[in-house]
Every structure is written in C-alpha cells, then in structure tokens.
Design a protein around this ligand. Structure first.
Ligand SMILES: [Zn+2]
Length: 151
C-alpha cells in the first residue's frame, strides 16, 4: 500500500480503485478546489485512501535529513516521507526533493506516471476543446469540463 503525495493522488487516481493507499492530513489540505476535494473525499469514503499522521519521531528524522541534504520540502512532503518511513511503504511522487530525501532515508519511491496493467483503457475527450485523455481522467485539465468517452 503506497503512500501518495498530492500529485500522485490527482494523477494516479485510477490505480487506487484496485489498491488501498495512504496519505497524510497535510496533503489533504492541499486540495482547495471542490472537484479535487470531492474526488479525494470520495476515495477516503470508499476506503481507497487512508489518511494517517506519522509519529513525531519520524517527522523529526525526515526534517533533519532534508535539512542536511539542503532540500526545501513542504510540511506535506515531510509528512508523506515520515509516513512512508513509519509504514515501510513506497512513496508515489514526482517531486525531486521527496525522491532525494527518500533515497537518503532508504525509502522506496516510484514516479507518478508509472502505470500498472489496465483491464481496459477508455479514450476520452473534452467536449469543449477536444483534447483527448486516457481512461483515467475525468475532467479536462484546461477547461475543467467533464470528459466524454469516445465510442
Ligand atoms: Zn478542454
């Protein structure tokens, strides 16, 4: 069960249907627009996403390591790392700072864009700008329109 940062939750949402994942309260508060919020709260409600706070000793260890490495990490980043350290789980993130700090702490990580084999890939497009998306996306990132599935 991986630990997800904010970008992993939004971009990799599809893989959480099959897997339970973890995140931290600080990541949850990064979602400000109502669509992201409702997406994420639906995932929590469906028990696909579990929100935990890491222990203070792990937060401190991550903070000290990031400082030593000179990485500028947000509170959300630090807590994501601390939770992964605590649970001995993999972090899904594209953030270079998180990855560098994870490496130094012996935490495994994977980039957001990795994809596990899909049962089916639906092509979707935005009814407004016609931009095409894979089956994972639900909303056009440019127009915020709900995507329609191509036949
Ligand atoms: Zn669009």
């Amino acid at each position: 069960m991986p630990v997800l940062d904010a970008s992993a939750i939004l971009n990799g949402f599809g893989f959480m249907i099959d897997h339970i994942a973890y995140t931290v309260p600080q990541v949850m508060s990064e979602f400000r627009d109502w669509r992201s919020k409702s997406l994420v709260s639906a995932a929590v409600h469906a028990n696909h996403l579990r929100v935990y706070s890491p222990l203070q000793e792990h937060v401190k260890k991550v903070r000290d390591t990031a400082k030593r490495l000179g990485e500028q990490l947000s509170e959300a980043d630090i807590h994501v790392l601390a939770l992964a350290l605590e649970l001995k789980e993999t972090i899904i993130t594209d953030d270079q700072g998180i990855q560098n700090t994870a490496k130094s702490l012996g935490i495994q990580f994977k980039p957001v864009m990795f994809r596990e084999a899909r049962k089916r890939v639906l092509k979707k497009k935005c009814p407004n700008c016609s931009k095409q998306y894979s089956g994972d996306a639900d909303w056009c990132e440019t127009c915020d329109e709900k995507l329609v599935t191509l036949k």
